[in-house]
Design a protein around this ligand. Structure first.
Ligand code: ADP
Length: 440
């Protein structure tokens, strides 16, 4: 029974999880680095424990400090949030070994899906169509060059342990392949401590479509519709919307049933996202994120399901509170990520509000955004009956977003969603180039 829960994270996601716990009557324990003494999640939690100095590796990535904080504060469970340790099977295992409840899939399931190469092997095993490429990790560069000649260019080199768009290189000329493999492996080693890389066909301007999944410990798995995250800069998502203008109810069902088969096969419980590339009516498995994602509110807005509460319930051993037939995709939602372009102290913060308007943030007046962590400071989410209405609504809502003291990327976001290209919809991940041309 979860009566108290430690949140192994910071920022808006920590605040989001604390709110869900309060609704469920669960005592909350925040952890923080020395740079986050004044952070909102620290103020909101029932208890807060410092876990180390500012660098993430010494605090938010410090497994033993976090587990000790949980034992010391008599927490029953740990929610890892997003990023940091959220997809580390080793962390999940340590949490369980300490006798605590891990709010997420079992470490065995994370192992099977967390690493991109293994997850593709598993997807293939359960009959989910995969992005074509060369099977397995690159071990011999000369042999790889020969294989790429056969499958044809362009290709993309990806880090098996990758995340956040890092360690990826697109190759369009065969003579540039060998060098790029070495560079990518080096980058992967530096960023993820694992230099394993592999190769996929680069699917030119395919859309990024991902399905929200949720499973419990009783073998139930459902899909909660897709999100389209094709507006990207350097392979990182800028705008997320649901449903995807490209996905028909028939495709959604087929994609969902494929995903459910994979998740059931793995024995997956908790929240997860299966990411696909989508081109010419076909979807191709890319990877699974075995955790909650930043863009989860888009799905919450459409389906009315509180995904964080659901995660806590299933970690507690309860059955999913919703069934597949309860999930309806008959409206529209969009999320805009607001990033700080420099650190600063918040002055005159007045976020928008209103009908089907949601702002997930950790800002408050007088708070100084530290330079140490992720640049995202707020997410604005809207819901509307149709995409066209949703775009107009988001523009009106963003006009209301007022913040002084911390420079943000809001104007660019507004311009992006106000272009003809965005309004038309149905584009791929290279759309930002065309959008920027239209903006001029
Ligand atoms: P990460 O885990 O770093 O986010 P992903 O595997 O999710 O990496 O890919 C991120 C983005 O990179 C995708 O949304 C897409 O834009 C691009 N990408 C990845 N693989 C391919 C591919 N085979 N073809 C085209 N684009 C790709």
């Amino acid at each position: 029974m979860i009566r108290s829960l430690l949140i192994a994270n910071r920022g808006e996601i920590a605040v989001r999880i604390i709110r869900a716990c309060k609704e469920l009557g669960i005592r909350t324990i925040a952890v923080y680095s020395e740079a986050d003494r004044k952070a909102l999640h620290v103020k909101m939690a029932d208890q807060a424990i410092c876990i180390g100095p500012p660098p993430s590796k010494d605090s938010y990535l410090n497994i033993s400090n976090i587990v000790s904080a949980a034992l010391h504060s008599r927490a029953d469970a740990i929610h890892p949030g997003v990023g940091f340790l959220s997809e580390k099977a080793e962390f999940a295992r340590k949490v369980q070994e300490a006798g605590l409840i891990w709010v997420g899939p079992d470490p065995e399931a994370i192992d099977m899906l967390g690493d991109k190469i293994r997850s593709k092997e598993n997807a293939t095993k359960y009959g989910v169509p995969c992005t074509p490429g060369i099977e397995g990790a690159i071990t011999n560069i000369d042999q790889t060059v020969e294989k790429v000649k056969k499958i044809g260019l362009p290709v993309i080199i990806k880090a098996s342990a990758g995340g956040g768009g890092k360690g990826m290189r697109i190759v369009r000329k065969i003579e540039e392949l060998a060098d790029n493999i070495k560079i990518a492996a080096n980058e992967a080693e530096k960023s993820f401590g694992d230099g394993t890389v592999f190769i996929e066909k680069y699917l030119e301007n395919a859309a990024h479509v991902e399905l929200q999944m949720m499973g419990d410990k009783h073998g139930n798995v459902i899909y909660l519709g897709e999100r389209d995250c094709s507006v990207q800069k350097n392979h990182q998502k800028l705008v997320e919307e649901a449903p995807s203008p490209l996905v028909t109810p028939e495709i959604r069902k087929k994609m969902g049933e494929d995903a459910v088969r994979l998740f059931k096969g793995i024995g997956y419980s908790g929240a997860g996202t299966i990411e696909f590339l989508f081109k010419d009516g076909q979807y191709y498995f890319m990877e699974v994120n075995s955790r909650i994602q930043v863009e989860h509110p888009v799905t919450e807005m459409i389906t009315g399901v509180d995904l964080i509460k659901e995660m806590i319930r299933v970690a507690n051993g309860d059955e999913l509170s919703v069934k597949q037939e309860d999930i309806r995709v008959d409206s529209y939602a969009m999320e805009i990520r607001i990033n700080a372009t420099a650190p600063g102290t918040v002055k005159d913060y007045l976020p928008p509000s209103g009908f089907k308007v949601r702002v997930d943030s950790f800002l408050y007046n007088g708070y100084t955004v530290p330079p140490t962590y992720d640049s995202m400071v707020a997410k604005v989410i809207i819901g509307a009956p149709t995409r066209a209405e949703g775009i107009n609504k988001m523009l009106a809502v963003l006009d209301e977003f007022h913040l002084e003291g911390v420079p943000i990327n809001l104007e660019l976001q507004k311009k992006i969603i106000n272009t003809q290209i965005f309004r038309k919809g149905g584009f791929g991940t290279q759309v930002l180039d065309s959008i920027m041309k239209e903006i001029g």
